[in-house]
Design a protein around this ligand. Structure first.
Ligand code: ADP
Ligand code: MG
Length: 348
């Protein structure tokens, strides 16, 4: 569907996009994830034919965006980071203007406008001045114009930036909805957002593609297969006493006493995490203390991101062996919030 090959962009002597290559297939939702200044907008502007590249190629369904811009651009709907909305117009007038620019007219234009107003939930505000709409509605109008012309691919640059939490949820739902009928590429600096909406994540840092994988696989990269987290009703001193019988433990950190349960982080420098888990379990058997939870320590997407962006190594970084969860939380006494909770990115 979209092929990007060795894309490079210099602004003067500043390298903003550094030899990026990837392929986008039809029918998925892709997330460009990266901190501000990573090169997301630059890449999107080049992919949509709004900006020239220094070198490299972008092909949309085989059409080169620079050599055959008309054919290629027809296949793409784009919501730029700063959409050029005309504040004195109504959404209806604006969509008519954009639709005509995309070569639509007559009944076809009217049908498509009705369709995109309905899809984006903007029909009720179609006659208001855009200046009087909330940022959430303006963003919807921006998405509506991207949908005109029935493009196969929708590219949205940071569509949730500047929205309030409720509007963010609504726009995320809209993106998911669009993903059923379109190939969607959107950019974000919010990990949790990309994690919940996308099938595939492209992590971009300092102009380079540092990872391209599913959210689940990216998380797997960060399993720490030599550490378990244990929660028990034993008090910290009792726990230390119990675990003194486990020679495989190389490091033990006990969280502050909650008065109800104790959580400890237990590492081994032996390779066998399963042996460690069994030995911990055995150490509990003779006593009357319970294991409420024992789980393999799992990294979050945020950890992957920090590791990948800090290491500055290309995407092919080695993957640690994927581990299994060591144990299920025990039933009974109400335990702590359990589970490998997914990363909540900073919504700043
Ligand atoms: P992102 O969208 O990931 O925040 P951008 O693609 O906007 O990143 O920017 C990538 C880098 O290129 C940033 O360091 C930015 O300052 C720089 N940059 C962007 N546009 C220009 C420009 N027109 N001239 C010079 N530098 C630019
Ligand atoms: Mg940007």
């Amino acid at each position: 569907m979209i092929t990007v090959e060795h894309l490079t962009k210099y602004y003067g002597s500043f390298l903003a996009v550094d030899n990026i290559s990837f392929e986008i297939n039809e029918g998925h939702v892709y997330g460009f994830l990266g901190p501000n200044g990573a090169g997301k907008s630059t890449t999107m502007n080049i992919m949509t034919g709004c900006l020239s590249a220094t070198s490299g190629h972008v092909r949309i369904d085989g059409h080169d965006i620079f050599d055959e811009p008309d054919q290629a651009k027809k296949l793409i709907g784009y919501l730029p980071e700063h959409p050029p909305l005309y504040l004195n117009e109504s959404p209806l007038e604006y969509l008519r203007f954009v639709g005509e620019a995309k070569g639509l007219h007559g009944a076809e234009l009217q049908n498509q406008i009705d369709d995109v107003l309905q899809k984006t939930g903007t029909a009720a505000v179609k006659n208001r001045r855009i200046a009087n709409l909330s940022k959430g509605y303006r963003q919807r109008v921006g998405i509506a114009q991207a949908l005109l012309g029935s493009p196969k691919v929708i590219i949205l640059d940071e569509p949730t930036v500047g929205l309030d939490p409720l509007q963010i949820i609504e726009i995320r739902d809209l993106i998911k909805e669009l993903g059923r009928t379109h190939t969607v590429i959107f950019s974000s600096h919010i990990l949790s957002e990309v994690q919940t909406i996308c099938d595939q994540i492209l992590m971009i840092a300092k102009g380079r593609l540092v990872a391209f994988d599913t959210p689940a696989n990216l998380e797997k990269r960060l399993l720490a297969p030599n550490e378990v987290r244990l929660t028990t009703d034993a008090a910290p001193d009792e726990l230390r006493h119990i675990l003194a019988k486990v020679p495989a433990i190389s490091q033990l950190t006990v969280d502050p006493d909650t008065g109800k349960w104790t959580t400890a982080h237990i590492s081994t420098d032996r390779d066998d995490i399963y042996e460690l888990s069994r030995a911990i379990y055995q150490a509990f058997v003779p006593g009357d203390k319970a294991i409420l939870e024992m789980a393999l320590k799992k990294g979050t997407l945020e950890d992957v991101f920090i590791e990948l962006t800090e290491s500055e190594k290309p995407a092919a970084a080695a993957r640690p062996k994927a581990g299994r969860k060591a144990a299920k939380p025990a039933a009974g006494r109400p335990g702590p919030q359990t589970g490998g909770d997914p990363a909540e990115g900073k919504e700043a």
